[in-house]
Design a protein around this ligand. Structure first.
Ligand code: FAD
Length: 464
């Protein structure tokens, strides 16, 4: 029971959430038109700017997203910053429904003294730097702080392990990936030989997945250094763990406690770099040099667990431990922020309050992806929650909860507004020009692509 008027939907953000929402809408509704607005001139969000360069297989989702972008009822408008170039209110006027899926581009801060010192970075900035996010370009070129032996990463999730792996990977591996040239050059010069990955809780609560842990365990040229005592009681706890957690914990135990066989012993003997988890530790202060500018260490508060299993809580014991290091990377989570004062936002949870993707108390407004759920979950999780949002939207179109009786002008009126404001949007075929320039530059140096690092150059290439 579809209305005769063509439903027009726009989506804000072109990461996995934006593209999966669009894909599901186009598939389940025969008339709907979908426009995707993206802040940057290039699409795909964290698939381009988050996923580690040595995980090319993860980026294959781009092929599906490209098919969606080329669908006859879909348009891509890059280089449009919603909330600044055009308001959500204006989009709501022009479309029957607006889906917000602009992700989680901020980061949670540690809230400890010394956080602002040279040598302290958020994982978001560090990852953005090696993946060529235009807003992270200056982060490391201004402060090449890989001149120390030990790096401490705070947080033990997959992003923390991506960062550890990139810091310790042999250059021969990295130089065949799409890591940016400045990052590659800085890593060639890097003096870092040891990476400690710190978490408040214990081995049973570690937040990474087994794939990422296995990659660390097998990383050529490295060996692990763990603290045996951290694993007290873990073997006994194994039998009560759910299966994926059990396998992960078994691998941790094996890495930390097993006597290695001959081959592994030889491998470890030849290793020139080390990594290890430090459990039961919470950052309390980043320590500065005598001038008070540069990081020389970190003070960690020792914790113990209250409760057991996934729900166990870390409480401080009152003891502290200082670790000498020149680089601290905090990987304690990404965070969404509001982009338009007219949109409801839950500042405590840093998400848009919603029921199955329907923004609460805002008819015609929907959300998907990390903005909807908070910044956790892999691309497959984001896909499922985006499909759910698309399903809610189609249901509302069918039940007439969404008013489709009036004709909407869609991109016509928005394009005119943007033009008036001097904003030049980038189409999907413009992006394909950028894409092919990047791939041919990469080919010259044996990489899958050499990313363009500034918005200015992206636009310049798009316009040729
Ligand atoms: P995003 O991917 O962040 O997309 C949001 C988009 O919105 C961006 O393109 C952004 O530019 C745009 N935007 C922001 N503000 C505006 C605005 N005002 N106007 C218009 N557009 C805007 N998952 C895996 O499955 N495998 C992995 O190996 C993996 N590695 C990861 C590594 C890192 C470092 C991170 C952080 C995540 C990783 N993930 C991985 C998880 C995966 O990236 C997320 O599940 C997914 O990207 C979330 O999708 P999203 O669309 O909600 O957000």
């Amino acid at each position: 029971r579809f209305s005769s008027c063509t439903p027009k939907v726009c989506i804000v953000g072109s990461g996995p959430a934006g593209f999966y929402t669009a894909q599901h809408l186009l598939k389940t509704h025969q008339n709907v038109h979908v426009d995707i607005y993206e802040r940057l001139p290039v699409p795909f969000g964290l698939v381009r700017f988050g996923v580690a360069p040595d995980h090319p297989e993860v980026k294959n989702v781009i092929n599906t997203f490209t098919q969606t972008a080329k669908h006859s009822r879909c348009r891509f408008y890059g280089n449009v910053n919603v909330g600044k170039d055009v308001s959500v209110g204006e989009l709501k006027q022009a479309y029957h429904a607006v889906v917000l899926s602009y992700g989680a581009e901020g980061n949670r801060s540690m809230g400890v003294p010394g956080e602002g010192l040279a040598g302290v970075y958020s994982a978001k900035d560090f990852v953005g730097w090696y993946n060529g996010h235009p807003s992270c370009r200056e982060v490391f070129t201004l402060n090449p702080d890989l001149n120390c032996e030990t790096a401490v990463i705070l947080g033990q999730g997959n992003v923390a392990l991506d960062v550890a792996r990139v810091l310790l990977s042999p250059i021969d591996i990295l130089k065949k990936t799409d890591i940016t040239q400045p990052a590659l050059e800085a890593l060639v010069r890097s003096q870092i030989r040891r990476v400690l990955i710190v978490g408040r809780r214990g081995p049973v609560q570690v937040a990474c997945t087994i794939k990422e842990l296995r990659e660390m365990v097998n990383l050529p040229g490295t060996k692990s250094e763990m603290v045996e005592a951290d694993f007290d009681g873990v073997t006994e706890a194994l039998k009560d763990l759910p299966r994926p957690r059990k396998r992960l914990t078994e691998l941790l135990l094996k890495t930390a406690l097993d006597t290695p066989g001959d081959k592994e012993q030889q491998r470890r003997h030849q290793a020139s770099r080390t990594w290890g988890f430090r459990f039961f530790r919470s950052p309390s202060e980043v320590l500065a040099d005598a001038d008070g500018n540069k990081t020389v260490g970190i003070r960690l508060a020792v914790t113990r667990l209250e409760g057991s299993g996934e729900g166990a809580r870390a409480v401080l014991t009152g003891e502290v431990e200082d670790v000498t290091c020149g680089l601290v990377i905090s990987s304690i989570g990404y965070k969404s922020h509001p982009i338009d004062p007219s949109v409801p936002f839950d500042t405590r949870r840093a998400v848009i309050p919603n029921t199955m993707g329907r923004v609460k108390q805002a008819t015609g407004l929907y959300c998907s992806g990390w903005l909807k759920t908070g910044p956790t979950g892999v691309i497959a999780t984001t896909m499922n929650n985006s499909f759910d949002t698309a399903r809610s939207l189609v249901e509302d179109m069918e039940s007439e909860a969404l008013d489709l009786s009036s004709v909407k002008t869609g991109s016509e009126v928005i394009s005119a507004l943007l033009e008036e404001r001097g904003v030049k949007s980038v189409s999907f075929s413009d992006w394909e020009k950028i894409d092919s320039v990047e791939m041919s530059r990469g080919e010259a140096s044996g990489k899958p692509r050499e990313k363009i690092l500034t918005v200015e150059e992206m636009i310049q290439v798009a316009r040729t």
